[in-house]
Design a protein around this ligand. Structure first.
Ligand SMILES: [Cu+2]
Length: 356
């Protein structure tokens, strides 16, 4: 059916073309060319008006569907939004000016009896103007962007918390430093999912014993967070659209990024009138078959709520060594603090079993 319609349309166009060819022969070639020229000149103006109206209409319809109207959910992201708007304004002005010139000039300087072509082979002044002005504009934009880049990839404020996020095909693992504030060492050689050590935590490093790995990323409102980003296989990318940030997750090269959440998840749900709203992590690097499914959830809480949530999460050490978990021990026995002696022995154990 569709094919028949397409074939019919082609046939109609073909017939019209053929008919107009015969008309041209009857009218004389020069006259019909002049007429076609005039029609095309007016069509140029039509394209300009329809095109600009279309661009404006698309903006009206699509802009509310983007994340722009809800504002940046991080303080650092406000600067990104600002830069985005400046870039759009500058390029928008250039776009309007060039498009209007292009189509209006085509109309104004259409073929006319007695008009001669003005020949302009070279003009140094003109070359200077259209090289130097864009160069200055782009330099300003790049310098503003670079300053911000150095800020968010540099040292975070003193009160910042640290969260490690590791990508793999296809999901994210979040690791918190625990009470000591230090994230334990890890090595790809120690990765052993069967022994509940998916990140390759080195159990000889005491800093690992209290590291917690919740299934969501919990953050605290108004508290800067530094993400230490890594990958276990291919290049992924921690995309944080609500916070206006993203950073590649590269195997073997930890990358960092810090930002400050502005609203809790609860506040965001009220602001947007959407009780199901979640801050999302999306993988922004095409990383394989189930790339689209690499969704992570960030829950922004108040400090008290955060402390309560984290208290519910057990250190991963207890998942790797269930017998060290005080919950599995007789009440008479002591807390895991003195288990560190036997850790030395247990620490090396997963290496032998590693499948890689
Ligand atoms: Cu990915």
């Amino acid at each position: 059916m569709l094919l028949a319609v397409v074939a019919m349309i082609f046939l109609v166009i073909f017939q019209i073309a053929k008919a107009s060819e015969y008309v041209n022969v009857l009218k004389g070639e020069k006259k019909s060319r002049e007429q076609a020229n005039r029609i095309n000149a007016f069509l140029m103006l039509g394209f300009l008006v329809v095109g600009l109206a279309g661009a404006y209409w698309c903006h009206k319809v699509l802009e509310p569907q983007t994340l722009f109207p809800q504002g940046s959910a991080s303080k650092e992201g406000e600067q990104i939004d600002f830069m985005f708007k400046v870039t759009l304004t500058v390029t928008g002005i250039v776009f309007l000016a060039t498009q209007i010139c292009l189509f209006v000039f085509s109309f104004l300087y259409q073929e006319k009896e007695g008009r001669k072509v003005f020949f302009l082979p070279h003009n140094n002044k003109l070359e200077m103007i259209w090289t130097i002005i864009p160069a200055i504009a782009l330099t300003v934009l790049v310098v503003i962007g670079l300053r911000h880049w150095f800020k968010i990839t540099g040292d975070p404020p003193k009160n910042a918390m640290v969260v490690e996020i590791t990508g793999q095909q296809f999901g994210w693992t979040y690791r918190y430093p625990g009470a000591d504030g230090v994230i334990g060492k890890r090595s790809y050689k120690l990765i052993n999912p069967e022994a509940n050590n998916g990140l390759g935590q080195d159990w000889n490093d005491k800093a690992n014993l209290d590291d917690k790995m919740p299934t969501k990323m919990f953050l605290v409102k108004d508290k800067p967070v530094k993400l230490v980003i890594g990958s276990k296989d291919v290049i992924h990318d921690v995309g944080l659209p609500h916070f206006r940030l993203k950073m590649d997750a590269v195997p073997g090269i930890p990358t960092t990024l810090w930002f400050t959440p502005k609203w809790t998840t609860k506040e965001m749900r009220e602001r947007l009138g959407n009780p199901d709203f979640e801050f999302e992590i999306v993988c922004d690097q095409l990383c394989g078959q189930s790339h689209y499914a690499m969704r992570g959830v960030i829950e922004v809480l108040t400090q008290e709520e955060f402390d309560m949530e984290m208290a519910k999460v057990k250190p991963n050490y207890f998942a790797a060594f269930p017998d060290k978990d005080p919950a599995n021990q007789k009440p008479a026995e002591a807390a895991p603090a003195d288990s560190s002696k036997s850790v030395t022995k247990a620490g090396g154990a997963p290496t032998g079993k590693t499948s890689r």
